[in-house]
Ligand binder design. Structure first.
Ligand code: KIV
Length: 243
């Protein structure tokens, strides 16, 4: 699984053969330039989610439920999950939480909307956690969270920043697939933020991130070459002009 937020990149990810595309609320940071995911709204998710769905022919598309779109009540959660599915055409929604959101996961599943859960480091809890990026090590609590999400009806679960051994134990214990980010190779699958793994996001190099390309440098070099060629008159030459 990778994240994508628009038609252009979703098409590339889909063509490259990923099983699932997450329209993550990381779009708040990657696309909108915020410091956290907290400002993202349901309207933002509808806007980006529908672009991704229009582009994808093959992969499963999951849309994140943003901060405060499911925290007030179960009714609010079902209403917003329904809106995300109806207005984007996505296959499933994702929300952060295990035990604390089990009632909500159950209610959304009962509305026949597939729900992916997300436990471990929860970026929407950044204020309570006192920052992002802290590795989660409380084995029994993490297992209880994952188990509660599965029991409530989640079809899969993201494990974020959990030690390798704990993530492996959760994966072995659960019947549903675990999708890890910063949680080692023992998960059923992996997720990375698309622009991070392509080397497009500057200044973000946590231990878990492998950059599979350096597209930012390539893009900068390409734009610099264009500027140079326009300035020195090389572009457009005959080949790119109409007679
Ligand atoms: O919002 C997001 O992109 C995510 C992934 C990091 C799993 O939740």
């Amino acid at each position: 699984m990778v994240t994508a937020y628009d038609c252009l990149w979703a098409q590339i990810m889909d063509e490259a053969g990923v099983d699932a595309i997450l329209v993550g609320d990381t779009l708040g940071m990657v696309v909108q330039g915020h410091a956290t995911t907290l400002p993202v709204t349901v309207d933002d998710m509808v806007y980006h989610g529908s672009m991704v769905v229009r582009a994808v022919e093959r992969a499963l598309v999951i849309v994140d439920m943003p901060f405060m779109s499911y925290h007030e009540s179960v009714e609010q959660a079902v209403r917003n999950a329904g809106r995300l599915i109806k207005e984007t055409g996505a296959d499933a929604v994702k929300l952060e939480g295990g035990r604390i959101q089990s009632e909500t996961i159950r209610a959304i599943s009962r509305a026949d909307i597939p729900v992916m859960a997300h436990v471990g480091m929860r970026p929407q809890a950044v204020r309570q956690l006192g920052g992002m990026g802290k590795i989660q090590r409380d084995e029994e609590l993490l297992l209880a969270d994952a188990q509660a999400a599965q029991d409530a009806g989640a079809f899969a679960i993201v494990l974020e920043l959990i030690t390798r051994d704990i993530a492996e134990r959760i994966t072995d214990t659960l019947a549903i697939p675990t999708i890890g980010i910063g949680s080692g190779g023992g998960c059923s699958g992996q997720v990375l933020v698309g622009p991070d793994m392509l080397g497009l996001t500057p200044g973000f190099s946590p231990k878990f991130l492998k950059k599979f390309a350096d597209l930012r440098s390539e893009a900068i070099s390409a734009v610099q070459a264009y500027v140079r060629e326009v300035q020195d008159g090389t572009f457009p030459g005959e080949k790119h002009s109409h007679a």
